[in-house]
Design a protein around this ligand. Sequence first.
Ligand SMILES: Cc1cc2nc3c(=O)[nH]c(=O)nc-3n(C[C@H](O)[C@H](O)[C@H](O)COP(=O)(O)OP(=O)(O)OC[C@H]3O[C@@H](n4cnc5c(N)ncnc54)[C@H](O)[C@@H]3O)c2cc1C
Length: 286
Amino acid sequence: MRFDYLQPSTVDECVGLLAKHGKNAKIIAGGTDLMLKARARMISPEYVIDITGIPSLCQIADDGEGGLRIGAASTVRDVSISAAVVEKFPLLATAAGLIGSVGIRNVATIGGNVCYASPSAECAPGLLCLSATARIVGPRGERVVPLSEFFVGPGVSVLEPEELLVDIHVPASKPGTRGVYLKNSPRGSIDLAIVSVATVGTFAEEDGACKEIKVALGAVAATPIRAGNAEKILRGKVLDDSLIASAAQAAADEARPITDVRASAEYRKEMVRVFTQRALRLVRPA
Ligand SMILES: Cc1cc2nc3c(=O)[nH]c(=O)nc-3n(C[C@H](O)[C@H](O)[C@H](O)COP(=O)(O)OP(=O)(O)OC[C@H]3O[C@@H](n4cnc5c(N)ncnc54)[C@H](O)[C@@H]3O)c2cc1C
């Protein structure tokens, strides 16, 4: 494995290198996905562009309106222990803290997790529920893509080869909003999820009815997905056990899993039902 290693110190410099080397270059952040692919000779870039020396990409900053801008090269360890993330979006901190081992989390980045576009990407379901957007720059300028439009298929996103994910914006949640993230991984967090479920709901103070709710699933379709039919069943209602059971079944029906070494499609569907039910019971007000 031979490549030239480039280390830009600004976003502009990085975009210039991407424009110059195009498909011959690959961005590296933590390298926990990229280096495995390179070692397996699934990719053989001539240039590897390390973005971890660009300070602005490593920051988690307040957006001034109660939300956060999370630099793409922020490690998932930093995301999981950031006081701001823990306070504002605890389900995202939980998801980031469930990636691999602490050694992996110390180098793996939130941008790498999203850009690798694995159906089981840990941070994706929570970001979908939180209405996050991705800020992308490339030779033709900047664009902002909702996470709901970011994933195209397994390992494929809307990113062009010469584009860089700069940050992920998570807007402020409304008062009364609560979120939960659950991962089903029989071998613990060192392994990828066979099913993951995120849910974010906003509940009325008077009667606890859910004004808005989002449910997203990981590892059970070609991309992380929203469970829209489950959401419809829940929206505007008080989440009692029977409503939750119906919504969990709807989520299982919406899942389109495959059978692979980790689990069969049938088992994954059943786990979607079980984990959606658990997540909804946890997210509703006591
Ligand atoms: C032992 C082990 C356990 C793991 N466990 C989990 C787990 O439990 N859950 C999970 O979700 N993942 C897991 N992973 C996968 C991986 O660690 C994560 O997906 C991680 O977040 C990837 O981040 P990275 O910075 O290492 O990405 P990299 O490997 O550096 O990059 C991944 C891809 O994204 C591109 N890229 C990176 N940053 C950018 C950017 N800013 N703009 C454009 N393109 C970019 C790269 O070119 C590459 O194609 C595990 C990996 C290992 C080795």
